[in-house]
Write a protein that binds this ligand. Structure first.
Ligand code: PMP
Length: 425
């Protein structure tokens, strides 16, 4: 029998501290929305491996699809000996992604790689190099992903000069006093002071900022950004790595807006726990790079592709978009009911089941990260795994599987309420 504390000691010896960890609970097995640690203790999983498990741990259909693929082949490299299910998944995404007209897709392995590839495609298609992102954004830990990420601590500290030609504009958060007008004003000043808009290849944004705090792009900003892109020939990249696959109550977060991106990045819940990412975009853009310019040894691994087909089936068959709206509604209702007693709750928000609660000093919007983390730890003690997020670390986000059973969901709601009440006192 292994003990969490003993593995934790070994972990500290063996693993770089650069890989941050939010728990020291070592996983032994998992099923849908529940995980068990090496000591046999059960937890409800509201982290979902950071937004990967919208269809839950080990969904039977996903496991069945992967087992079937395991018995055929596990790797050939699509660039050497291609396979049909890769083509079929591209066809499916081309149909599903909310971009008008002919589309094409490529596969990669991680979210950061999807972002890298989207930027490469945008640069190649436009012949321009600059990229604009938003403060608070998270786009990955590779060099371009890191440069695009709008948060210095901990993502950029110590890693030296960032990729050139990347600019940040304040993300509008009304709650923290930044309006859409202010964001657009800074963008305008950027075009006057720093970069010719005709040199900008792309503007990248998350429809709902994930790591940044579950803040939705305001409708007015999305519309204005699309107009500015059209005016200057800039491409709009929607990073749907965290918002995708039914989380926001739609298959993609962009479906909550009436504008479309030119390119879209996907990862995480795309393959229900297997490493797979994708870029889908307008066909003529996707075809800009020459043969060999895109790809990778493991890009579009057959096991992950098989899993992804099953994930898309499950989202459809189990109507997970509707379910996300129901669960999100119940969670928000429960949190709203707490507000009368808990003046430290400064905001409850989010489309579909991309729900978050923000904590501040009582009666203000002044972020309280310590209180937020204390609530997370109290919930962990009670058997519920939660994640915080936000530029100020004062947001608890809920990334439960959308397939969670009602009894388990209700149990989690009770733990959330009890944890908040106990910590606030
Ligand atoms: N983009 C967004 C919006 C993300 O949330 C993340 C991961 N949190 C990434 C990119 C990077 O994905 P990965 O960790 O798979 O590289």
């Amino acid at each position: 029998e292994m003990k969490n504390s003993e593995i934790a000691v070994r972990k500290n010896e063996a693993i770089s501290r650069g890989v941050g960890m939010t728990t020291q609970v070592y996983a032994a097995k998992a099923e849908n929305a529940e995980v068990w640690d090496v000591e046999g203790r059960r937890y409800i999983d509201f982290a979902g491996g950071i937004a990967v498990l919208n269809t839950g741990h080990r969904h039977p259909k996903v496991i069945e699809a992967v087992k079937k693929q395991l018995d055929c082949f596990t790797h050939t490299c699509h660039q050497v000996m291609p396979y049909e299910n890769y083509v079929a998944l591209a066809e499916r995404l081309n149909k599903l992604v909310p971009i008008a007209g002919p589309k094409k897709t490529i596969f990669a392995t991680t979210g950061a790689e999807a972002v890298e590839n989207a930027v490469k495609i945008a640069r190649c298609a436009t012949g321009r190099s600059a990229v604009i992102a938003f403060t608070g954004a998270f786009h990955g830990r590779t060099f371009m992903g890191m440069a695009l990420t709008g948060k210095v601590v901990p993502y950029k500290v110590g890693f030296g000069q960032m990729m050139g030609d990347v600019f940040h504009v304040p993300f509008p958060i009304e709650l923290h006093g930044i309006s859409v007008e202010e964001s657009l004003d800074v963008l305008d000043k950027l075009f006057k002071a720093d970069v010719d808009p005709k040199r900008v290849a792309a503007i990248i944004l998350e429809p709902v900022q994930g790591e940044g705090g579950f803040y939705e792009v305001p409708r007015a900003l999305m519309k204005a950004v699309r107009q500015i892109c059209d005016e200057h020939g800039i491409l709009l990249i929607a990073d749907e790595v965290q918002t995708g696959f039914a989380r926001t109550g739609k298959l993609f977060g962009m479906e909550n807006y009436d504008v479309q991106p030119d390119l879209m990045t996907m990862a995480k819940s795309l393959a229900g726990g297997f490493p797979l990412s994708a870029v889908t975009g307008r066909a003529e853009l996707m075809d800009a790079p020459g043969p060999g310019g895109l790809g990778g040894t493991y890009a579009g691994n057959p096991l992950a592709i098989a899993a992804s087909h099953a994930v898309l089936d499950v989202i459809e068959e189990e109507k997970l978009c509707d379910r996300a709206n129901q669960l999100g509604g119940r969670l928000k209702q429960r949190l709203e009911a707490l507000r009368a007693d808990i003046p430290q709750i400064s905001d409850i928000r989010g489309p579909g089941f991309m729900v978050a609660v923000e904590f501040a000093q009582a009666g203000t919007t002044k972020p309280d990260a310590d209180l937020t983390n204390a609530i997370r730890l109290k919930a962990l003690e009670k058997g519920l795994i939660l994640l915080t997020c936000g530029v100020y670390g004062n947001v608890i986000r809920f990334l439960s599987p959308i397939t969670i059973q009602d009894e388990v969901f209700n149990e989690a709601l009770d733990i959330i309420e009890a944890s908040i009440r106990e910590v606030v006192g």
